[in-house]
Design a protein around this ligand. Structure first.
Ligand code: ADP
Ligand code: RBF
Ligand code: MG
Length: 408
């Protein structure tokens, strides 16, 4: 299909979003959602609190390597791992009691994961019966959900960790959620980020979509049981489960809250022009770590400001699975032929649309073809609302102040 054919409100381009293809043909009528790590980015806050307590009360250095074991479990079970791993002279309950006032303070500021708000809006609009099945305490769950407008109403049916006998990976919590929905388990789709949650959903006889919060290749076997895996909620294609499709794609891309990035162009791996024939102007991710954590890897479109002029661009954010890089890069391809290169020069980006997740390809040729298609999608979409307007954004052409600090 020519991307210029697509009208506003078009559907998601087929075939590239679900990483492994959906391994179930069951028709889904109900959705059961996990909260932490699936809808909300709770992990950073939990890790920060655990780190602070370890340092302050036990003079221990925090090691993020232990996170895997805790993921998806009920808090008391998760903190038992912390107590054991660090050999702490306290019980899991005592450790948890220290976390509660600290967590309470931070719950309201826990950010939504990409695509979470959009998914809930979709669920509400299509009146899909939905339940929340969260391992956390009801008190915590209410504080976290309550911080986001409209969420308490949409997620009115819920089960908390203390309301079942056995926590994930046991099926109890999902079975209880299905019971509240009066839904047969086999018609329920569970959406989960944690291996323990995926196991629980399968043990309950449900279809499970994994949105791994352990995204590295080495973690993939932990998600073996899932019926489908997507990189983020943005890549969920409900029609593959018999649900109505999203209809918020415009010109083959998904409008997003714009993000603003800038910095001097740095050297990449040196293969953009040479190997692919597609030059990409790499930016130093160290200067916007927070933005990198907030957004998923994937292919985006937007506007680039260089030497006081504005250009269309299409950009890759991530690990380049085809090359299996071990660092995350941000690399826009400016859709313009330049006479010379522009290393060390200040480049500004306003990113306004999401096209697709990063993917692996069977050949270099297939990768290049797909990148050129992304370029065509960007070129076209940026002619249209709501993407086109941002080409006027002053951020793109505002020069750096004398001291090198960005003025916006
Ligand atoms: P590297 O691996 O160092 O990023 P590339 O082969 O990807 O090398 O080439 C990128 C460089 O080419 C950019 O840093 C920039 O200076 C230059 N360049 C020329 N034209 C473009 C373009 N249209 N888009 C992006 N970069 C371009
Ligand atoms: N690399 C991948 O491994 N998988 C991809 O899906 C992918 N998509 C890209 C899309 C665009 C628009 C651009 C500009 C690059 C993409 N790349 C992808 C990155 C490409 O591998 C990288 O630019 C080169 O390796 C040069 O560093
Ligand atoms: Mg490059």
């Amino acid at each position: 299909m020519d991307s210029s054919d697509s009208a506003p409100g078009g559907s998601v381009p087929a075939g590239i979003n679900v990483i492994d293809g959906v391994r179930s043909s069951r028709k889904i009528t109900h959705i059961i959602l996990d909260l932490d790590g699936t809808l909300l980015d709770t992990e950073a806050v939990v890790q920060q609190v655990v780190k602070e307590i370890l340092e302050r009360d036990y003079r221990k250095e925090y090691d993020p390597a232990g996170v895997e074991k805790r993921l998806g479990l009920r808090p008391i079970e998760g903190y038992q791992h912390v107590v054991d791993d660090y050999g702490l002279p306290c019980t899991a309950q005592e450790f948890m009691d220290k976390t509660i006032p600290m967590m309470k303070q931070r719950y309201p500021s826990i950010p939504q994961l990409p695509g979470a708000g959009r998914l809930l809006t979709y669920i509400k609009r299509h009146r899909i019966p939905v339940a929340l099945a969260s391992s956390s305490l009801r008190m915590s769950m209410q504080l976290k959900v309550g911080a986001h407008e409209g969420w308490p109403e949409i997620l009115a049916v819920s089960v908390a960790g203390e309301e079942v006998v056995n926590g994930k990976p046991a099926p109890d919590i999902f079975l209880k959620a299905a019971e509240l929905l009066k839904a047969p388990p086999e018609s329920c789709l569970v959406i989960e980020d944690a291996p323990a949650g995926v196991q629980a959903g399968k043990a309950a006889g449900m279809v499970v979509l994994a949105v791994p919060s352990l995204p590295k290749k080495k973690h993939r076997p932990l998600y073996e049981a899932a019926d489908a895996i997507v990189a983020s909620l943005l890549d969920f294609r409900p029609e593959e489960f018999g649900l109505p499709p999203f209809d918020d794609y415009i010109c083959d891309a998904l409008p997003i809250e714009p993000w603003y990035l800038g910095g001097p162009v740095i050297k990449g791996f040196g293969r953009g022009s040479k190997v692919l024939g597609i030059p990409t102007a790499n930016l130093p991710t160290s200067s916007f770590q927070d933005k990198m954590a907030e957004h998923t890897c994937g292919i985006y479109l937007g506007w680039a400001g260089l030497r006081g002029k504005v250009y269309k661009m299409v950009m890759s954010v991530g690990w380049n699975p085809y090359f299996d890089n071990d660092s995350k890069t941000v690399e826009p391809w400016l859709l313009h032929e330049f006479e010379d290169d522009f290393y060390d020069e200040e480049l500004r980006l306003v990113v306004v649309g999401y096209i697709r997740p990063e993917a692996n390809f069977p050949s270099l040729d297939a990768l290049v073809k797909r990148i050129r298609e992304d370029g065509r999608i960007a070129k076209n979409a940026l002619e249209h609302s709501p993407y086109a307007e941002y080409g006027q954004d002053a951020y793109l052409t505002t020069p750096l102040a004398e001291n090198g600090v960005q003025s916006s």
